[in-house]
Design a protein around this ligand. Structure first.
Ligand SMILES: [Zn+2]
Length: 315
């Protein structure tokens, strides 16, 4: 019934429009053109000497075979037009702008382990992309496994950043040269395994770590290392939500979920710190609940790249 009424309105509008010289208006019966046609119709009616004259003109137009063709054309085209108006409000709002602005970046640090496999499986299940800051501090016999993991991360659309090869504070924070050498070592390995050379990094312990003070003093991070790594083209990422899964060897699953979801509350952009190393079984177990919780809070998920939002403790 509504459809019929809609079509009749279009036909009448077009006829009036065509008659009054509004060319091409009827060629494409788009929905947005209806407004224009309706406006023209109103104007035409007002400008004509009388309503009866308009009606007469309409009658003449309807009787022509030309108009029958136009009507057929509208009929043929009516389906997609109506479909578009009906489906648009249903489909688009699922990607509402407000929700799209709320972004969470899941990040996983440290030595790749069986938990990395579990994490990748869960991310795949939810079709969510995350960011990994792995290191390769484990024994050399783990290299093949690490290669496989890195390759899988890249092929499944995750972002990979540098977290130094050794993650050895005493070594990497002893000098800028050591830090660069260890970063290059890991980047070479990542490139060999996954074909990408990361230009993003996370400093072991974060950019404000106090462990580095022990080896190079309080100003090492802010005055030496950070400026140098930036100069070399790296962007670095700390976090504004911590799962605190590093606060104990293996924190309870429920605590990890609670920490992440509470930590993300009220944040438009959230970079979540988690770990993928062997002891972090509960982090891998908590991931499904974390993803579902964040989704329910209206977050969409994204990966960190050099140009993305960042969170830095030390500038
Ligand atoms: Zn780390």
């Amino acid at each position: 019934m509504v459809k019929k009424l809609f079509l009749v309105t279009i036909v009448i509008s077009m006829i009036v429009c065509i008659f009054s010289g509004c060319s091409k208006a009827g060629d494409k019966p788009k929905v947005e053109n209806n407004k224009v046609l309706a406006t023209n119709e109103e104007q035409n009616v007002q400008s004509q000497s009388s309503q009866s004259e308009v009606n007469k003109m309409i009658d003449e137009k309807i009787s022509t075979s030309k108009e029958e063709k136009v009507e057929q054309k509208i009929e043929q085209n009516s389906k997609p037009v109506v479909t578009a108006t009906e489906t648009k409000p249903d489909k688009k709002p699922t990607e509402t702008p407000g929700k799209a602005d709320k972004i969470v970046y899941l990040t996983f640090d440290d030595a790749m382990s069986n938990n990395t496999v579990k994490i990748l499986d869960t991310l795949k299940k939810y079709n969510i992309k995350a960011t990994f800051f792995p290191n390769i501090m484990d024994k050399p016999e783990n290299r093949e496994f690490q290669r496989q993991m890195l390759k899988r991360m890249a092929s499944e659309g995750h972002s990979i950043g540098n977290h130094t090869a050794s993650h050895n504070y005493a070594y990497v924070y002893s000098s800028v040269d050591n830090y660069i050498a260890d970063t290059n070592k890991l980047n070479d390995f990542i490139y060999e395994a996954a074909g990408i050379r990361p230009n993003i990094l996370r400093f072991p312990g974060g950019s404000n770590n106090q462990v580095s003070w022990r080896y190079s003093g309080k100003e090492f991070m802010g005055k030496q290392l950070i400026p140098k790594m930036k100069e070399l083209g790296y962007q670095y990422f700390d976090w504004n939500v911590s799962s605190s899964d590093a606060s104990a060897a293996t924190l309870s699953k429920d605590t990890i979920i609670k920490n992440v979801l509470n930590g993300a509350k009220g944040k438009q952009k959230a970079i979540v710190l988690m770990h993928e190393s062997a002891a972090k079984t509960t982090t891998a177990d908590a991931l499904s609940n974390i993803i579902e919780g964040l989704k329910a809070m209206g977050y969409s998920f994204d990966t960190l790249t050099k140009d993305s939002y960042t969170c830095q403790f030390t500038k």
